[in-house]
Design a protein around this ligand. Structure first.
Ligand code: BGC
Length: 746
C-alpha cells in the first residue's frame, strides 16, 4: 500500500496532464503523456493480451504478463471481467512507471449476465429502439462488471448462411444492417463515453469478412470494389458515423491483401475518407496470421505491414511487442506512426475517464445492482418476443388456447436450457435455474386444466428413430402438438461453418411421424442461421422460427404461442430451399436472361431442378393479424434533384387482433450506367394497428435514396425511370413507377 501511494505521488509530479490539469483538453493531456513515454511504453499501449490466468495465482503461459503490466508493456486485456478481477489487474497497471490504466475488452455480443437473442434474431425484430435498448442493457451490465469495451457490434453483411458467424450480424441487407449498426453503437455507448454505464463499441470485422468464399470461416474474399462499397461497407460507415469508438479488422484477405495489413481499408477509407478518430484493433492473432496467408514472412514483417496499414493495437499475436521497437530503430517504421496509434488509444482511455480514476468501472455495488436485474430481464423478454418470426399458420392454428386440454410437447430442444443462449454467451453456475426453457415457459403459461405431455423423440444429431414410438404415442393423446427442433447452439458462431444447413439428424423424420398422427402440429425451430426444412415447411400446420432467444426464451415462446404477444418478426436474411441456391439474396441483379417465373428454365438464368426463389424471402414474417396494403399513390409521377416525392399507402389490419406490421419500401433503378439490383430496401416503418384499423403510411423519395456507386466508385444518382415497391416483405409488394428528371449528379 505504501508503495502504491509513493508511486501515485511520483506520477502526479511527473505528469501534470494526468494528475491535475483538468482544464486541459484531452488532446493536450494525451500529448503530455506521450512526451513522457519511452518507445517501449508506447509499444506496450499497442499490445493486447488475453487474460487467461488467475490474477492471484502463479503466472502464466507465455511470459510474465503481470510483470509486463507493471512494466507498462501492455495496454489492454481481453476476457477479464468482474470488479474484483479487473481491479486487481488495474492495480498492477498503477504500479507501472506512468500508471497508464489498462483497457478491459470483452465480447459482449448479445448480453453479459442477461442474455438477449442472438444478433441475427434481434435483427428480425426490425425494431431499432428495442435493439438499441438491448445493447444499452448489455453495455450497462458489462460496464458494471469492470468492462470498458465490447467487441461488438459485428456489422458484417452475410449472404451465405453456411457461414457460422451469420448469427452475429444483422443479415443480408446493407440498409437494414446500417440502421441496426447505428442502434447498437448508440446502445453500447449510451449518452457518452465516460459515463460509467457505457462501454466502447467496436465495429467489426473490417472488412468484408462475411463474404468468405463458400461460407467457410476465415476464407478469402474476392469481390469488386463496387460490391464492397455498395453492400459491405455501409454498415461500417453507419457505425463510424454513430461514433463507434473502435474498429476491429478481420481475418480474411480482400482481393489478395489481408484486411489486417490493408492500408486501403484502414488508412485510406476508415481513417482518411471517413475521418474515423478512434483506434483499430486487430482480430485475434490476425497480425501474425498474415504469415500463413503468405503475405509476410515473419512476425516482424507482419508488424510492419499491420502498423503501416493503420492497425493500432495487436490482439494476441505478439508481433508488435516483439518487433516494433526494432522496426523503429531500423527506420522502417517512423516514430510518428507509433505516436499516432498510441495517441488514438490514449485518447479513448482519457475519454473513458480512466486517467482520472482507473477504478471508476470497479464498483461492487453497481455490479451487484446489475446482476439479475429484473428490469434487464424484462427488456430481454421483450426483445425475444419481437425476434420470433411466424413462417406459417395454416387455418390460424396459432395462437393456441390456454384452455387446451392436452398438449404434447415433443423434440430435442423442448426442454433445452443453456442451449437457448446460443454462441457468444457466458456460462454461470446457476444457468440451469435462471434460463427459461420452452417447456418451463409453456408450463407457466397454461392453467391447471391443461395437461402437458412430453417426449424427446430424438436428439439433435441422432440417426436413430428409437424414440419415435413414444413421441407418436404422446402425440396421439393430445389435442395439439408443439415440437421444438433445430440446430445445436454450437453449430453457428465462429469457426462453425457448415456445408449442409438442413436440420440435422432425423428431426424432420420425427416431424413426419408426428404429422402422420393427423394431429395439428406447431413446430418451433431454434437455430443460429437460416436452415433448410422443406418437409416441415410443407407439412407442419404452423412454424415459428425462434433462433436462440436468450435468458427468457421460454417465456417469449409461450407468449407468442398462446397469443399474449402477436408475432411481428421479419426475416433479415433469405432462407434458401437448399444449399445449391447459396449465395441467395433479394437484391441481386437482373441478368441478361432473367427467368419470368419458376417454371421458366429454357435458356434463362435459372436452376433446372429448383426455383430461383428462396423458401422464405427477405423481410418475410406473418402475424396473427392480416395486413392488407392498398391505394399506393405518389404525390407526382416525377421529380427533379433537389426536390422529392411522397409515396403513401394504406395499411389495414384486416384480422381479428391488434398487431404490428413493418412496412418495407424498396426501389429499383430500371436503367443505369452500371446494372442495378432488382430491388433495394430504402426504408421501413413499424405501424401498430388495432383490429380493423387502417393507417396511411408515408415515404419520401429524394435523390439520396437513388444514389449508387458507378464504375469509378462515385456515389451518384442518374435521371431515369424507377419503380417503387411497398409491402410486408421483399416479394409480396405493390408497385408504382416514378422518374427523376434532370442531369446526372456531380
Ligand atoms: C473473433 C472476434 C473476437 C475476438 C476476441 C476472434 O476470434 O473473430 O470477433 O472479438 O476473437 O474474442
Amino acid at each position: 500500500m505504501k508503495r502504491t501511494i509513493c508511486a501515485g505521488l511520483l506520477v502526479s509530479a511527473l505528469i501534470p496532464g494526468i494528475a491535475g490539469a483538468q482544464k486541459k483538453s484531452i488532446s493536450q493531456r494525451v500529448d503530455s503523456v506521450l512526451k513522457l513515454m519511452t518507445l517501449d511504453e508506447k509499444i506496450g499501449q499497442m499490445n493486447q493480451y488475453n487474460g487467461d490466468w488467475e490474477a492471484t495465482g502463479p503466472i502464466t503461459k507465455d511470459g510474465d504478463k503481470q510483470d509486463q503490466i507493471r512494466r507498462g508493456r501492455l495496454g489492454s486485456m481481453l476476457n477479464v471481467t468482474g470488479v474484483e478481477h479487473t481491479r486487481q489487474l488495474q492495480e498492477m497497471a498503477m504500479q507501472s512507471r506512468l500508471k497508464i490504466p489498462l483497457l478491459f475488452g470483452q465480447d459482449i455480443i448479445h448480453g453479459y449476465r442477461t442474455t438477449f437473442p442472438i444478433p441475427l434474431a434481434e435483427a428480425a425484430s426490425w425494431d431499432l429502439e428495442a435493439i438499441q435498448r438491448a445493447a444499452r442493457v448489455a453495455g450497462k451490465e458489462a460496464a458494471a462488471a469492470g468492462v470498458h469495451w465490447t467487441f461488438a457490434p459485428m456489422v458484417d453483411i452475410a449472404r451465405d448462411p453456411r457461414w457460422g458467424r451469420v448469427m452475429e450480424g444483422a443479415g443480408e441487407d446493407p440498409y437494414l444492417g446500417s440502421c441496426i449498426a447505428r442502434a447498437r453503437v448508440m446502445g453500447f455507448q449510451g449518452k457518452k463515453l465516460g459515463d460509467v454505464d457505457a462501454v466502447m463499441a467496436c465495429a467489426k470485422h473490417f472488412a468484408a469478412y462475411g463474404a468468405a468464399i463458400g461460407g467457410r470461416d476465415y476464407n478469402s474474399v474476392d469481390m469488386s470494389l463496387r460490391t464492397l462499397w455498395e453492400i459491405y461497407l455501409p454498415p461500417f460507415r453507419a457505425a463510424a458515423d454513430a461514433g463507434a469508438a473502435t474498429f476491429m479488422n478481420s481475418f480474411n484477405d480482400l482481393n489478395g491483401i489481408p484486411a489486417t495489413g490493408n492500408a486501403y481499408l484502414q488508412r485510406e477509407v476508415l481513417k482518411g475518407k471517413w475521418k474515423f478518430t478512434g483506434f483499430v484493433v486487430s482480430d485475434w492473432g490476425s497480425v501474425g496470421e498474415m504469415i500463413p496467408h503468405g503475405y509476410v514472412k515473419d512476425n516482424k514483417e507482419a508488424a510492419l505491414a499491420a502498423v503501416t496499414a493503420g492497425c493500432d493495437m495487436d490482439m494476441e499475436s505478439r508481433s508488435y511487442i516483439t518487433s516494433l521497437a526494432a522496426l523503429v530503430r531500423e527506420g522502417k517504421v517512423k516514430a510518428e506512426l507509433i505516436d499516432e496509434a498510441v495517441r488514438r488509444i490514449l485518447t479513448k482511455k482519457f475519454e473513458l475517464g480512466l486517467f482520472d480514476d482507473p477504478f471508476r468501472f470497479c464498483d461492487v455495488q453497481r455490479e451487484r445492482q446489475q446482476w439479475n436485474n429484473p428490469d434487464n430481464l424484462a427488456i430481454s423478454e421483450d426483445m425475444a418476443r419481437k425476434s420470433i418470426v411466424l413462417l406459417k399458420n395454416d387455418r390460424q392454428l396459432l395462437p393456441l388456447s390456454k384452455q387446451t386440454k392436452t398438449i404434447a410437447l415433443i423434440g430435442p430442444l423442448m426442454k433445452s436450457v443453456r442451449e437457448n443462449l446460443g454462441f457468444w454467451s457466458y456460462t454461470w453456475a446457476d444457468d440451469s435455474a435462471r434460463i427459461i426453457s420452452p417447456w418451463t415457459g409453456i408450463q407457466s403459461k397454461v392453467g391447471n386444466g391443461t395437461r402437458l405431455l412430453y417426449a424427446r423423440g430424438c436428439g439433435i444429431t441422432d440417426t436413430s428413430t428409437a424414440g419415435f414410438a413414444e413421441a407418436v404415442e404422446v402425440a396421439r393423446q393430445a389435442d395439439v402438438v408443439v415440437m421444438n427442433i433445430g440446430e445445436a447452439p454450437d453449430m453457428t458462431g465462429e469457426a462453425k461453418s457448415r456445408s449442409s444447413i438442413h436440420l440435422p439428424g432425423v428431426q424432420e423424420e420425427l416431424v413426419s411421424a408426428i404429422v402422420a398422427t393427423g394431429k395439428p402440429v406447431v413446430v418451433l425451430i431454434s437455430a443460429g442461421r437460416p436452415t433448410v426444412f422443406n418437409y416441415t415447411a410443407d407439412h407442419a400446420n404452423a412454424i415459428l422460427y425462434t433462433w436462440w432467444l436468450g435468458t427468457e426464451a421460454g417465456k417469449a415462446i409461450a407468449d407468442v404461442l398462446f397469443g399474449d404477444y402477436n408475432p411481428s418478426g421479419k426475416l433479415p436474411i433469405s432462407f434458401p430451399r437448399t444449399e445449391g441456391q447459396i449465395p441467395i439474396y433479394y437484391n441481386h441483379f437482373s441478368t441478361g436472361r432473367p427467368a419470368k417465373n419458376d417454371s421458366d428454365v429454357n435458356y434463362v438464368s435459372a436452376y433446372t431442378d429448383l426455383p430461383n426463389d428462396p423458401r422464405y424471402p427477405f423481410g418475410f414474417g406473418l402475424s396473427y393479424s392480416r395486413f392488407v396494403y392498398s391505394d399506393l399513390r405518389l404525390s407526382a409521377p416525377s421529380f427533379h434533384a433537389g426536390g422529392s416525392l411522397t409515396a403513401t399507402i394504406t395499411v389495414t389490419n384486416a384480422g381479428g387482433v391488434d398487431g404490428r406490421e413493418t412496412v418495407q419500401w424498396y426501389i429499383r433503378d430500371l436503367v443505369g450506367s452500371v446494372v442495378r439490383p432488382v430491388k433495394e430496401l430504402k426504408g421501413f416503418e413499424p405501424v401498430f394497428l388495432k383490429a380493423g384499423e387502417s393507417k396511411r403510411v408515408n415515404f419520401t423519395i429524394d435523390v439520396e435514396k437513388l444514389r449508387f456507386y458507378n464504375d469509378r466508385l462515385q456515389h451518384i444518382y442518374e435521371p431515369g425511370e424507377f419503380r417503387l415497391f411497398v409491402g410486408g416483405d421483399s416479394h409480396n409488394v405493390k408497385e408504382i413507377p416514378f422518374s427523376l428528371i434532370g442531369a446526372v449528379s456531380e
